[in-house]
Design a protein around this ligand. Structure first.
Ligand code: HGY
Ligand code: MN
Ligand code: MN
Length: 417
């Protein structure tokens, strides 16, 4: 073990990433595993099987978060946790989330094989629904673990087919009370998540390890625009109240507001559009938009939102349409824990791996785990920064290096008093 740190079985880790990628609703190389879909459930089973073979004890909570624990010599004190997610948005890649789950397992197995004996137990967490695809809200599982969402809001969640979370989790055989999900105070002593950067910086700088000092705070809004429909020929242009054109103007205003926020970290996307009746010869009477707005700074995020809302009011008045905004979620940013960041940097240094401190503009389960315990993330490069697309790629050597730094960090944290 050079630098006293175990080697990762990089080939086995890559093989598992490739195997999990074939459990998908979409034709490979795309990966799609939406919460509680057949692929999502099979993906969870695949990971659970690997965890059992590694001798970890498994627990699944009422909303599907999965916990695989390696008992330490002091099982009664708070454990150290790592993990990420295996769900994937439509037409995604095979590394987002998966690197943190399978890389976390590989780190535990490497420590086991090296004869390491943890004092604090080490627990791998597979968070349910990090992606917002099913219900429009991200980090559902980690949000609930942190007690960061009201249970009546959870019970009110419905997907596009009007299916409730309750019905879906019941079908997945999860019938414990939702009240049992939130973790008790002090349940974990620290959390470290391994993840691809989902941006181009590490690759550009030729740096193999990023240590995340801040995670952008996400917010999401559902906007319903109601105009007047009618015949595409008979309704003359000056008489129209076309909901889709109001939506188009609003989407451009969303982009303009993000660019005018005063912060380079403001990101705004109108990623979901539905037009009704969506017929070529009918003036659209309704438009439903979902807007994703995020920033590392709450103040500039709020500034962008204020600009969007005033543009929305102006468009509604000028076009004679009704615009209703519903907030889906609005979460504060999170900071990386200084001690845990320094520990990960020290481990990387012992492995002669250069590091850089980073901001994550993608959100992660770490955003909510930071409310539960000291948290940081370890980033690895991904090619051209591509993510949330089938071309997503991370070099097996980078994945193994990230898992090795994670193994060393978990080992240190497990012996922290
Ligand atoms: O959208 C995000 O930042 C994450 O990938 N769910
Ligand atoms: Mn993602
Ligand atoms: Mn992710």
């Amino acid at each position: 073990m050079s630098a006293g740190l175990p080697e990762i079985n990089a080939a086995l880790l890559q093989k598992r990433i490739d195997e999990l990628a074939l459990i998908t609703e979409a034709p490979p190389p795309a990966v799609t595993r939406v919460l509680f879909s057949d692929a999502d459930l099979r993906g969870r089973d695949y990971v659970a099987g690997l965890c059992r073979s590694a001798g970890l004890s498994l627990r699944v909570d009422a909303v599907g978060n999965m916990f695989a624990r390696w008992a330490g010599s002091a099982p009664e004190i708070p454990a150290v946790a790592t993990g990420s997610h295996t769900d994937a948005i439509p037409n995604a890649g095979k590394y987002d989330g998966v690197v943190g789950v399978l890389g976390g397992l590989a780190a535990i197995e490497a420590l086991q094989e090296a004869g390491f004996q943890p004092m604090r137990s080490i627990e791998l967490v597979v968070f349910t629904a990090e992606e917002p695809t099913r219900f429009g809200i991200g980090c559902l599982g980690s949000r609930m673990l942190a007690g960061a969402i009201a249970l009546e809001k959870i019970r009110g969640l419905r997907d596009a087919d009007n299916t409730t979370l309750e019905a879906l989790r019941g079908r997945a055989g999860l019938d414990e009370a939702l009240e049992s999900v939130a973790l008790p105070e002090g349940f974990y002593s620290a959390f470290v998540e391994l993840h691809i950067e989902q941006g181009p910086i590490l690759e550009k700088e030729h740096i193999p390890i990023g240590v995340v000092q801040a995670i952008a705070g996400p917010s999401a809004y559902r906007v319903r625009i109601t105009g007047e429909g009618g015949h595409a020929g008979a309704v003359l242009m000056p008489w129209r109240h076309d909901a889709s054109l109001a939506a188009a103007e609003l989407a451009l205003a969303v982009e303009k507001a993000a660019l005018a926020s005063g912060s380079p970290d403001t990101g705004a996307t109108t990623g979901k559009w539905e037009i009704f009746p969506n017929a070529i010869n009918s003036v659209p009477c309704e438009a439903l938009l979902e807007i994703d707005l995020r920033d590392t700074c709450l103040e500039t995020r709020e500034r962008a939102l204020t600009l969007m809302r005033s543009a929305s009011d102006e468009i509604a008045a000028r076009r004679g349409v009704k615009v209703v905004w519903d907030e889906i979620n609005a979460d504060p940013p999170a900071d990386g824990d200084a001690k845990t960041m320094a520990m990960a940097e020290d481990v990387a240094g012992k492995l002669d791996l250069a590091t850089m401190r980073m901001v994550s503009r993608a959100y992660h389960d770490s955003l909510f785990m930071a409310r539960v315990c000291p948290t940081t993330m370890i980033f690895i490069p991904c090619r051209h920064g591509f993510s949330h697309r089938p071309e997503e790629f991370s070099d097996p050597a980078h994945i193994a290096a990230g898992a090795r730094v994670l193994a060393g960090t978990l080992a240190r944290l497990s012996h922290e008093p």
